[in-house]
Design a protein around this ligand. Structure first.
Ligand code: T3D
Length: 263
């Protein structure tokens, strides 16, 4: 490994992962794929990690797949992109959805192709006002992957999802927020402070309850109401057995801030 493609630091229960190939706008090579997956896996494995903050180094967030690695002029057989989705993108996306801890995404600059769609898989997305989201795939003859055709259709509906993906027109951060695709667009110089504070707040929260909440919201789109009411019952039962629930109620009754331990 010649470069550290994902920078990682743990502070106050927040695992910060920074995509780190700034000269390629943090586009994905295999090493960065594996490093990001290892970071998310670490968040699964370590109880001390109670939230993840994902961002990019330099002026971009992530420009999707590194196209230098797909250069047809180099010859050789045509790539099996289904296989790269199967082995590189999709396991990481599933790991991010399955993580029972909040993932905050700070989109610091352009997010294109799979780079945009990885942001949409995160739980709370903040973007710098100067950032743009580009479904760049149609420009190179591909389909929107990394969950994009799923997220965009669900969140935006067909008309906007089709227009964005078929035209590859950049979507400014403020419009993305107006359309409900991300949580907020914030002033560029406030982005990291705001995202860091939010991640710290999540890390100080009732981790089990937050994880169950994430799971419920994700399941809502495919559950019918009957199934979902049962799922809420089961999740509330689990949440009600946590020490954090007891602490939350005690703190309320004692008129003091809660001191959640994530258990
Ligand atoms: O292959 C598979 O495994 C299947 C999965 C595919 C998933 C995908 O994500 S496909 C989509 C791939 N991404 C793109 O098509 C986006 C390509 N990039 C762009 O269109 C533009 O760079 C941006 C709109 C994102 C930003 O434009 P701009 O003008 O701000 O920056 P730039 O000058 O184009 O880029 C700066 C540098 O980053 C530049 O290098 P240079 O000239 O300074 O040496 C550029 O080549 C490099 N760069 C940007 N994106 C990529 C990249 N290098 C490799 N791969 C990239 N995706």
């Amino acid at each position: 490994m010649t470069e550290q493609t994902v920078l990682s630091s743990l502070e106050g229960g927040v695992l910060k992962l920074t995509l780190n190939r700034p000269d390629r706008l943090n586009s994905f090579n295999e090493d960065m794929h594996l490093a990001l997956r290892a970071g998310i896996q670490r968040a699964h494995d370590e109880p001390a990690i109670r939230a993840v903050l994902l961002t990019g180094a330099g002026r971009g967030f992530c420009a999707g797949q590194d196209l230098g690695q797909r250069d047809p002029r180099k010859g050789g057989p045509k790539p099996d992109l289904g296989q790269t989705l199967d082995t590189l993108y999709n396991p990481t996306l599933r790991l991010m959805r399955d993580l029972d801890k909040p993932i905050i995404c700070a989109v610091n600059g352009v997010a294109a192709g799979a780079g945009a769609n990885i942001a949409f898989v995160c739980d709370i997305v903040l973007a710098a006002k100067s950032a743009k989201f580009i479904q760049a795939f149609s420009k190179i003859g591909l389909i929107p992957d990394a969950g994009g055709s799923w997220s965009l259709a669900r969140i935006l509906g067909e008309p906007r999802a089709k227009a964005l993906t078929l035209t590859a027109e950049p979507l400014p951060a403020e419009t993305a927020a107006d359309w409900g695709l991300i949580w907020k667009a914030v002033e560029d110089d406030a982005l990291m402070d705001e995202a860091t504070a939010l991640a710290a707040r999540m890390a100080a929260g009732p981790t089990v309850g937050l994880g169950l909440t994430k799971r419920l919201i994700q399941a809502a789109a495919t559950n019918d109401l009957d199934t979902h009411l049962d799922m809420e019952r089961d999740c509330q039962r689990k949440a009600g057995l946590t020490d954090d629930y007891a602490e939350g109620v005690t703190a309320f009754l004692e008129k003091r801030p809660s001191n959640f331990k994530g258990q």
